[in-house]
Design a protein around this ligand. Structure first.
Ligand SMILES: O=P(O)(O)OC[C@H]1O[C@H](OP(=O)(O)OP(=O)(O)O)[C@H](O)[C@@H]1O
Ligand SMILES: Nc1ncnc2[nH]cnc12
Length: 174
């Protein structure tokens, strides 16, 4: 497993999922390859090795796949942002629109201390709606957002333009 192109080749295109007109980037074909999965995590982790991250925040559910091993490697805590009604203790919520729908996400109010250095992680950046809602939640808890990290970026959906105030790190761009 030598390059980002090798990783990109392992992502499967599924037309018209979950809706007509959406070209779905299916990462399960990359995840099941042990070298590719390891390489993906290692490539992301090395970008933040010197950032002294306190908390990795990731959105349910594909964000968890990358967020948890990154938190482990960066010696940081892991904070789940979950879809509506899943968190058991006191939480705050944000509404968002993504490439194929709208939803709410939530975070526990005690998940982040003011001033903690936060890395937000997800598998894929499309319109930026999901990460935008995650940013809103972290800001309400006064976390210091160091960067946003994604394995995949769909550049034609212009998520990066919407997030221009933030450092964004991605491995594979379409
Ligand atoms: O940039 P956006 O337009 O917001 O799209 C990106 C989001 O869409 C996908 O999540 P999805 O809501 O499909 O949920 P899942 O992780 O549970 O599959 C993906 O994992 C990102 O979180
Ligand atoms: N085209 C796409 N493929 C996979 N996940 C996505 N999340 C939002 N848009 C997506």
């Amino acid at each position: 497993m030598s390059s980002d192109q090798d990783l990109a080749k392992l992502i499967r295109d599924v037309p018209d999922f979950p809706k007509q007109g959406i070209l779905f980037k299916d990462i399960t074909t990359l995840l099941k390859d042990k070298d590719a999965f390891k390489k993906s995590i290692d490539l992301l982790a090395e970008r933040f090795a010197n950032d002294h991250i306190d908390k990795v925040v990731a959105a349910e559910s594909r964000g968890f796949i990358f967020g948890a091993p990154l938190a482990y490697l960066l010696n940081a805590g892991f904070v789940p942002v979950r879809k509506l009604g899943r968190l058991p203790a006191k939480a705050i919520r944000a509404e968002y629109t993504l490439e194929y729908g709208t939803n709410f996400v939530e975070i526990h109010v005690d998940a982040i201390e003011p001033g903690e250095k936060v890395l937000i992680v997800d598998d894929l950046l499309a319109t930026g709606g999901t990460v935008g809602a995650t940013i809103e939640l972290v800001k309400k808890l006064e976390g210091d957002i160091v960067a946003l990290a994604f394995l995949v970026e769909l550049s034609f959906l212009k998520g990066r333009e919407r997030l221009k105030d933030y450092r964004i790190e991605t491995i594979i761009t379409y």
